[in-house]
Write a protein that binds this ligand. Structure first.
Ligand code: QUE
Length: 334
């Protein structure tokens, strides 16, 4: 018998969802996406379920993302329907979570990237521990911040969302609360207790367990982030970082020089345009963009280099931001 990759069960006052693929860092494949959606539908009108709690199995991850290896394979095989179904169902789940009529509580005590953010940040309550690590690292694989990132990133304080989108910077638990990615801070050693008390007492448990989030480092970089990322174009980000100098700017430049140049352009356009759209509109734009981006050489190469072969040496086409054609990027949104 194979282990269930999503375990959904009722426990006291709550419905529990466990993402249970710990060896793959609980990355969401289409079966898991369907499993979560089915559980949420069943509990929507179940009077015994007062709230839903979602967690990741194992010590390392809440959820490391979507099953991007399967998407790449489907794209290479020309199985466009499979590519489309994956993103369409994933984004529909993100929308369902955003509009779910009962409290939806994500307990995040490890890696939470990409698709993992999609099954947490749209819910009303996101509890992060000191081991929570949030990131939208898609520019590194020649993709773009999706799962509604074009809705939630522009709504973070200042230009922090654009910084996270372009660099894929990691945000730890305390910073995540300050930035608004998480709503509550609970240390790891209390997270199991919180989970149990949620089943017994419901949402009131949150208030009992939450602590003040310690000050992180995002706050310290806020002024520099505004100076370098609240600008009009990708080349301007580079120019401001080069003028800025110092350790943070150097490290940020090094990161940006390693990611897909094309992905920087389409991600900036996407995040900027999402600022004045609804979540549904953002998800529709993102779904449209998956159709062109998943056939772009940088997506196939990025997933190969970062996730499949793990040599971490992607060969981008084009390789320099100077050679990215803005008009060609704009056409990918049409
Ligand atoms: C950038 C990304 C992803 C990534 C690595 C990056 C991403 C993603 C995964 C991932 C992780 C574990 C898995 C899996 C995929 O890795 O989006 O199937 O088991 O989903 O550098 O954007």
């Amino acid at each position: 018998m194979t282990e269930q990759t999503v375990i959904a069960r009722k426990d006291g006052r709550i419905g529990r969802i466990l993402m249970n693929r710990p060896k793959a860092l609980n990355a969401l494949d289409i079966e898991m996406i369907r499993g979560i959606a089915v559980a949420l539908e069943q509990w929507r009108d179940d009077p015994h379920v007062h709230a839903v709690v979602i967690e990741g199995a194992g010590e390392r991850a809440f959820c490391a993302g979507g099953d991007i290896i399967a998407v790449r394979q489907a794209s290479m095989d020309g199985r466009r329907k499979d590519v489309e179904a994956f993103f369409a169902e994933e984004y529909a789940l993100n929308q369902m979570i955003a509009t779910y009529p009962k409290p939806y509580i994500a307990l995040i005590d490890g890696i939470c990237m990409g698709g993992g953010i999609g099954v947490s940040v749209h819910g009303a309550y996101r509890v992060a521990s000191e081991h929570a690590m949030f990131a939208m690292p898609e520019t590194a694989i020649g993709f773009f911040p999706d799962v509604g990132a074009s809705y939630f990133l522009p709504r973070l304080p200042g230009t922090v969302g654009m910084y996270l989108a372009l660099t894929g910077a990691r945000v730890l638990g305390a910073d995540a609360v300050h930035a608004g990615l998480a709503t509550h801070f609970v240390p790891r050693d209390k997270m199991v207790g919180l989970s149990a008390v949620l089943a017994k007492e419901g949402l009131a448990a949150l208030g009992q367990f939450a602590e003040a989030a310690p000050t992180g480092m995002l706050v310290a970089q806020h002024a520099a982030i505004e100076r370098c990322f609240n600008v009009g174009s990708v080349p301007e980000v580079f120019r401001h970082l080069e003028n800025q100098g110092g350790e943070w700017a150097e490290a940020t430049l090094k990161t940006l020089r390693g990611v897909s140049p094309s992905a920087l352009f389409w991600s900036m356009k996407l995040i900027r345009e999402g600022a004045d759209q609804t979540l549904a509109q953002c998800l529709a734009t993102e779904l449209k963009l998956t159709r062109t981006v998943t056939t772009h050489p940088d997506f196939l190469e990025g997933v190969r280099a970062m996730v499949v072969d793990k040599d971490r040496e992607p060969k981008w086409q084009p390789a320099r931001i100077e050679d990215v054609d803005s008009a060609g990027i704009a056409k990918m949104f049409a």
